[in-house]
Design a protein around this ligand. Structure first.
Ligand code: AMP
Ligand code: GLY
Length: 418
């Protein structure tokens, strides 16, 4: 195999750092560019100052630099049709088209698809009228799950414990149009532990990745506001071989097939946000991309060549993956105040004090010093023989990071470790 492939990764967070890191282990990859990247990614890839939504500049860059493969990180790039444009230009790109990415951007599209193809998920109704939505919610048991049908940066889901709380959410979404003009989906409440099952998909072909679990709430004990994710681990002990087989055969594969039958074949990472109920796994949501921070604990366990996996998926070839038995547990260090407002530009030191993996989520270099540059700043990942071992290593490593403006959760993994 010759090491001659030139790759462009689009994105700037910890997820992209983990993708770049995995690509740098490929025996085929000679050069990695990242647009726009960040201070940590810059150690492994050449960062180019192009915005993730500036598709024409990315197309021009890919032509000019003879890029063999482009990998897309963020949903925002998919939503502006980056894949459609690259394909039009004859450029090889790993990710779903804008239409296929609707499985993430439109809750109603996803719910209708699951209903039509009998993919296990919560029962639902969609509404654009406040009065009808309210009447429906009030005639059903609590808690009520109310979702704004569109991208709302993780803030469009309310699990209401009372009818008053449900009313506030419906007013907010349908009368005050806080997220814009749109519909809401009201779902039955599902109970059980959640897990993230990411699969590389190419039409009907599905190549499963290792399981992970995210921690969405900002504070310890799963309290506080929802965030992009405060930590993750892989593997997930309660996802037994049987649960995994069910999730693959009854959820992920049928969904990939359904997308083909609907005329919107999916190519890219299909992220199943699943919940293990008493009746087996069911879908909470689908995403059309790698999860963040799940990717940061999943990809370091991949022992086979990730370039080969992306390349095979683009062409629909078979590809087998190999995974390490190691356990990985990552803790997000976020700016004080996140997910609300926070300061930027705070100096970070001590990253070289130990050999734990540090994926940069939001960092920059200012006057020669590493500084914070986002809400989520670093993902510190411990690797061990067991999750307890990985947790202990991650905790020891975060304690050595010196920065005045960061907080983190010490209980990542608590659902399986306590
Ligand atoms: P989503 O943006 O659809 O992933 O929803 C965000 C979070 O809300 C999920 O991670 C769940 O914790 C919760 N949630 C969403 N839908 C349901 C449901 N049908 N039943 C219970 N919890 C839910
Ligand atoms: N960690 C959840 C997500 O990537 O959407």
């Amino acid at each position: 195999m010759t090491r001659d492939k030139r790759v462009l990764v689009v994105g700037s967070g910890g997820r992209c750092h983990a993708i770049v890191d995995a690509l740098s282990r490929s025996p085929q990859v000679q050069k990695i560019y990242c647009a726009p990247g960040n201070a940590g990614i810059a150690a492994q890839a050449e960062c180019v100052a192009i915005d993730v939504c500036d598709v024409e500049s990315l197309v021009n860059f890919a032509h000019k630099e003879s890029i063999d493969l482009t990998v897309v990180g963020p949903e925002a790039s998919l939503a502006v049709g980056i894949v459609d444009r690259f394909v039009e230009e004859g450029l090889r790109i790993f990710g779903p088209t804008k239409k296929a990415a609707q499985i993430e951007s439109s809750k109603e599209f996803a719910k209708r698809l699951m209903a039509k193809y009998a993919i296990p998920t919560a029962g639902y109704e969609a509404f654009d009228s406040y009065d009808e939505a309210k009447a429906y919610v009030c005639s059903h048991p609590l808690p009520a799950v109310i979702k704004y049908d569109g991208l709302a940066a993780g803030k469009g889901v309310v699990v209401a414990e009372s009818y008053d709380e449900a009313d506030v959410a419906l007013r907010d979404m349908l009368l005050d149009e806080s997220f814009g003009k749109g519909r809401v989906v009201v779902e039955d409440f599902l109970d059980g532990p959640e897990f993230s099952f990411m699969c590389v998909v190419s039409g009907e072909k599905v190549y499963p990745l290792a399981m992970a679990q995210d921690h969405k709430r900002a504070w310890e004990g799963d309290k506080g506001p929802n965030t992009g994710g405060m930590g993750a681990y892989s593997p997930v002990p309660f996802v037994t071989a049987d649960v995994e087989a069910f999730a693959l055969e009854k959820i992920m594969k049928p969904t990939a097939k359904a997308m083909v039958e609907e005329g919107v074949p999916f190519k890219g990472v299909l992220y199943g946000g699943l919940i293990l109920t008493a009746d087996g796994p069911k879908v909470i949501e689908f995403n059309a991309r790698f999860g963040d921070p799940e990717t940061e604990v999943v990809l370091p366990r991949l022992e086979s060549d990730i370039y080969e996996l992306f390349d095979a998926a683009i062409d629909g070839r078979d590809c087998t993956t190999k995974w390490s038995n190691d356990a990985l547990l990552g803790i997000v260090m976020a700016s004080t105040g996140y997910p609300g407002s926070y300061a930027k530009g705070v100096v970070i030191e001590g990253l070289d004090n130990n050999d734990a993996i540090k994926y940069h989520m939001g960092t920059a270099v200012k006057e020669g010093k590493l500084v914070t540059a986002g809400g989520r700043v670093l993902m510190v990942v411990g690797r061990g023989q067991s999750l307890a071992d990985a947790q202990q290593k991650a905790l020891a490593a975060v304690a050595e990071v010196q920065c005045d403006g960061l907080f983190y959760r010490r209980d990542i993994g608590h659902k399986v470790l306590d």
